[in-house]
Design a protein. Structure first.
Length: 468
């Protein structure tokens, strides 16, 4: 009695499938690994950052800092001197002809008022005589230059003073010429002037704001391809710098940036620029030839979209036994890729395959080696649709289970070429360079993306011209 219903159910089921052109296959889904933040092994790249600053820029900056009264010391008690110094006309900064590669010359038109106290204090009685000098002339100073902690430092020496008017001393309320007496008195204030010029140049030649502003712009992700939604992101690690050099009318500062370069497929990524983490390190030489190691990051969602497009319009099988793939989803599982194919046709359902991603250097494609149905899918196909489990059908499907990055590389190379041709992310900042062939390095899987590491040899220069 119990056997008959089973036979009946089996017969009805068989009759149903024999009369129907469509079968439903139920397969177990291999669950993805737990999601975690995207972390991968990055190889650093190096970008040249030559900075050129015209002496005229330094001159303009120094003049903006030093205006009118440029030095004042009103305390006569500490060293018996009171000094006031005014700038009379714009300061000029030029190459020092005596040492044009290492020194600059500063010409400072000034007016000075100096009160100098002479005397003593004995037995509680003060014996002082205060003399007041008035100077009007042009001071010439020479400065050695060096870069320290993002700033151009100078060590300035007083060289000469040319009088516009004869120096005077106030005697009984009248200005009396004292040119013959003044030269010994110059030593009273020349060190003050030297320090004033050094401080002004240091303030005017702080490279850090300019360099960091340029880097922030450069490190903002740039869309390399609208068609393939690819982005270039640069993440700085360290900044290297050689000593500043003078060449004709400019300062040359060779800097280099150690960074990670990423190519991300999908929506616009966030910038990873953090000015507080960038350290300036002194080096003797910056290499000219640059090797850029780029991580081409394809999220599983975006790679799935591209692979779904690969299957469009294709049928698998023959005669009445045919299916089409309507959607592809991929994810990571135990070091392999799971590829889920949603099929419609003589069989409806989802097929699950797995394989190990590899890279074909000739076709520039990521493909899946040893692609096969997962165990549960294979066993169910063997029982219900053996024709779909056969090798030639799987082989044909395998041909579409590829993710070509050649369009990304070609489009990226084309866009990169434009990026390296006088690209200016902000006034005074220009990116130039050249590229050689792109070389594949390796593939790395994460829980969120396939990462193809590629190498590009060539040069990248980011020049910062002038100070704003």
């Amino acid at each position: 009695m119990k056997f008959f219903p089973k036979i009946s159910v089996f017969a009805v089921t068989a009759l149903f499938f024999s009369c129907s052109s469509t079968q439903k296959i139920e397969t177990l889904k291999p669950e993805p690994d737990d999601a975690s933040p995207l972390v991968y092994d990055a190889s650093p790249s190096f970008i040249n950052l030559p900075i050129t600053v015209k002496l005229k820029d330094i001159e303009n900056q120094t003049n903006s800092i030093l205006n009118g009264l440029i030095y004042e010391d009103n305390d006569i008690e500490d060293d018996d001197i009171q000094i006031k110094i005014w700038k009379q006309a714009p300061i000029k900064i030029l190459n020092d002809p005596a040492n044009p590669d290492k020194k600059i010359k500063t010409i400072l038109p000034l007016k000075a008022n100096i009160k100098y106290r002479i005397g003593t204090k004995k037995l509680g009685v003060e014996f002082y005589d205060t003399r007041e000098f008035n100077l009007n002339g042009t001071i010439t100073l020479s400065s050695e230059v060096a870069l320290t902690n993002w700033k151009l430092n100078t060590k300035t020496e007083f060289k000469s003073l040319d009088w516009n008017e004869s120096p005077t001393m106030t005697v009984f309320g009248k200005n009396m010429p004292i040119t013959y007496l003044i030269n010994p008195a110059i030593s009273i204030f020349k060190s003050k002037l030297e320090h004033t010029i050094d401080d002004a140049i240091e303030k005017s030649m702080d490279f850090k704001p300019n360099v960091l502003s340029a880097l922030e712009k450069i490190c903002t992700p740039i869309q390399m391809s609208d068609t393939y939604e690819s982005w270039l992101r640069i993440v700085p690690v360290e900044i290297y710098s050689t000593n500043a050099k003078l060449k004709k009318d400019s300062f040359l500062l060779e800097m280099g940036m150690k960074c990670n370069m990423e190519t991300i497929v999908g929506k616009q990524p966030e910038s990873k620029f953090n000015a507080n983490k960038i350290v300036l390190k002194p080096v003797s030489k910056i290499p000219n030839q640059i090797s850029a190691n780029i991580a081409a990051i394809s999220s599983y969602v975006d790679a799935s979209k591209i692979m779904t497009t690969n299957f469009a319009g294709q049928e698998f099988g023959s005669g009445s036994k045919k299916v089409t793939v309507k959607n592809v989803s991929i994810w990571h599982k135990n070091g392999k890729m799971i590829i889920a194919l949603d099929i419609l046709g003589s069989i409806n359902g989802t097929l699950y395959l797995n394989g190990i991603p590899q890279y074909n250097a000739q076709t520039k494609e990521i493909y899946f080696d040893k692609l096969d149905y997962v165990l549960d899918t294979k066993s169910r196909l063997m029982r219900t649709a053996n024709w779909l489990a056969q090798g030639y059908v799987l082989k044909k499907m395998e041909e579409s289970c590829r993710y070509s990055i050649q369009p990304n590389l070609e489009e990226g190379k084309k866009s990169m070429a434009a990026y390296l041709k006088n690209y200016s992310p902000m006034p005074g900042v220009f990116v130039n360079g050249k590229m050689e062939d792109i070389q594949f390095d390796k593939i790395q899987l994460t829980n969120q993306a396939i990462i193809a590491f590629i190498k590009i040899n060539g040069t990248v220069n980011v020049s910062v011209n002038g100070l704003k």
